[in-house]
Design a protein around this ligand. Structure first.
Ligand code: ACM
Ligand code: ZN
Length: 547
């Protein structure tokens, strides 16, 4: 018995030793990691953390790093601005290899280096965003074990920069409303993975969640559905009113919180379909005049905005105007997906509008699809006057693309390929690799109820957004990057939300950051336990099984 106990204690001690080791092979894996494990620098509480004192952004990043080191290890560093001898130094330095007069790419602007030697830990980058990325990598490399007195960091040089400039995650807060604090946590988790775009889906058939001050009834009434269907569109309902919306002050708070973590918020107002929330409040904007209810069921609705009613365009411009006031994002998403044309085909106003515009079926694009393109054009013009670029789901290809529209390819990758061939910018987000509302384990009984499908982490990991078999090098330049989408018809609670997100976000983060020849799923799996320790520390759930 004593022998067994000794063996168990030895095992625990062994586990602690490995848990307390620094490992620079984090997720996403840095571009290059060179380690000299024969030498190390010992980091202790009370040591200094230096940054550029005249730079508030640098001070904020230093504060982040200080908090993260303490959160993971218990070691408390002292902020020591401008101290060149500090153990940890965050320094802005000009790029070594950058040619004069050449603007660095967005990816180069995020590049960073971490050097660990006998002088300590030096984080350097040309821009503060690079220092933030460096701090995240250092944080993930540290052991997660509260109460450490010191940590030995092997000498190392780590160099890194992301592969793609656009590294997105979509969050649907329309099917279910998530509180501001949950969204902030979501942003923290995105930042941990080096994601830089939060596509925020704000309006739906099941609820309108963006406050428009000129239309106070819109969010107040349009955000509330009287009940929600139970299960997969059964005949049973919960009979509970469900609502919630984001005031413009809430949105600004989120925008600022995200910006401090180098994440841009791309708001989406989904139009002209997915509009039952708005139609409930303004039935005159529908082809039939209603009445309409905020939809208590899931799926695609026939009721959409009337394209022929001039009030529709006035409404959309009012909404988009306020959206632009609140969200500084260069990209604004107009949805455009799943807009059935049944009503338009039979609506005198819609047909009159098509006639006025001279739209004719050209064999490739139906009249109604072209009518949707006309709406897209109007939106693109409106946004462009405000210095914004329009993103639409890949249905925006169906009536002919607008001049400068960015395509978000979701029904597979073909829309993205077609758009890139037409020299339009593309975000790759196909259901087959990027829909993280799908189940992640084969056995559905081991997971909370979901929408269906099967998208294991390994499949997300295998995604190659540039599709070299279909696009040449020039066309590949139009692929801005990949994005995972988290729809929430069946995801009502934060615990479920993070369970769906993790570890599939880990997988997409390597697609977003790493070259294909750097990726190795077995190696990735071996690096996940450290991330899970961090999730525990951050208080977020994750799927413990991995397929
Ligand atoms: C979508 O999934 N309807 C874009
Ligand atoms: Zn109509």
């Amino acid at each position: 018995m004593k022998k067994i106990l000794t063996a168990i204690l030895a095992l625990i001690a062994c586990a602690n030793v490995s848990a307390q080791q620094v490992d620079y092979n984090v997720i996403p894996m840095p571009k290059t990691v060179s380690v000299d494990s024969t030498q190390s620098f010992t980091l202790r509480s009370g040591m200094g953390l230096a940054y550029d004192a005249g730079n508030p952004e640098a001070a904020r990043n230093a504060q982040f790093l200080r908090t993260w080191v303490e959160e993971a290890t218990g070691i408390k560093l002292q902020l020591t601005p401008d101290d060149k001898k500090a153990a940890v130094r965050m320094t802005l330095a000009p790029a070594k290899k950058q040619k004069k007069g050449v603007t660095p790419t967005p990816q180069q602007q995020e590049a960073y280096t971490i050097t660990v030697d006998n002088k300590g830990i030096a984080l350097s980058a040309t821009q503060n965003i690079g220092l933030f990325r460096a701090a995240q990598t250092l944080r993930k490399a540290l052991p997660v074990a509260k109460g450490l007195n010191e940590i030995a960091l092997p000498f190392a040089i780590i160099e890194d920069q992301p592969r793609f400039e656009y590294r997105g995650t979509m969050l649907d807060c329309a099917r279910h409303y998530f509180a501001i604090d949950v969204i902030k946590k979501f942003i923290d988790v995105m930042a941990l993975h080096g994601c830089n775009q939060l596509h925020w889906h704000l309006t739906e058939d099941q609820g309108w969640r963006f406050e428009v001050k000129a239309l106070p009834e819109l969010a107040k009434k349009g955000s509330v559905r009287q009940k929600t269907v139970i299960g997969h569109n059964t005949d049973i309902y919960d009979d509970q009113p469900y609502g919630g919306f984001y005031t413009q002050a809430d949105c600004r708070e989120i925008v600022n919180y995200a910006a401090e973590r180098y994440i841009n918020i791309i708001p989406e107002i989904d139009l002209p379909g997915h509009m039952m929330g708005a139609l409930h409040v303004f039935p005159n904007l529908g082809c039939t005049g209603g009445p309409y209810e905020v939809n208590p069921r899931w799926g695609v609705m026939r009721e959409v905005l009337c394209a022929g009613n001039p009030e529709t365009m006035t409404f959309l411009k009012t909404v988009m105007g306020e959206l632009c006031d609140v969200f500084p994002s260069k990209f604004i998403h107009i949805g455009g997906d799943e807009c059935p044309k049944d009503r338009w085909k039979n609506c005198p106003k819609c047909q009159a509008k098509a006639k006025e515009l001279g739209l004719k079926d050209d064999g490739k694009h139906s009249v109604e699809n072209q009518l949707q393109t006309w709406i897209n054009h109007e939106m693109e013009k409106f946004l462009s006057e405000r210095g914004r670029d329009m993103i639409g789901w890949d249905e925006v290809l169906e009536g002919g693309l607008t001049d400068n529209g960015i395509v978000m390819s979701w029904r597979g990758i073909n829309g993205g390929i077609e758009a890139a061939k037409q020299h339009h910018r593309v975000i790759m987000s196909p259901t087959t690799f990027c829909y993280i509302d799908y189940y992640q384990l084969k056995d559905q009984n081991r997971q909370p109820q979901g929408i269906g499908g099967y998208l294991p982490t390994s499949k997300v990991y295998s995604f190659e957004p540039l599709v070299p078999e279909a696009l040449n090098e020039d066309e590949q330049k139009y692929i801005l990057g990949p994005q995972v989408n988290l729809w929430t018809e069946y995801v009502a609670y934060p615990q479920h939300l993070f369970y769906m997100l993790l570890p599939r976000l880990d997988a997409i983060s390597e697609v977003q950051w790493c070259r294909p020849d750097q990726k190795d799923f077995e190696n990735f799996k071996a690096r996940l336990p450290r991330m899970k320790q961090l999730y525990d520390r951050m208080g977020v759930t994750y799927c413990r099984d991995l397929e």
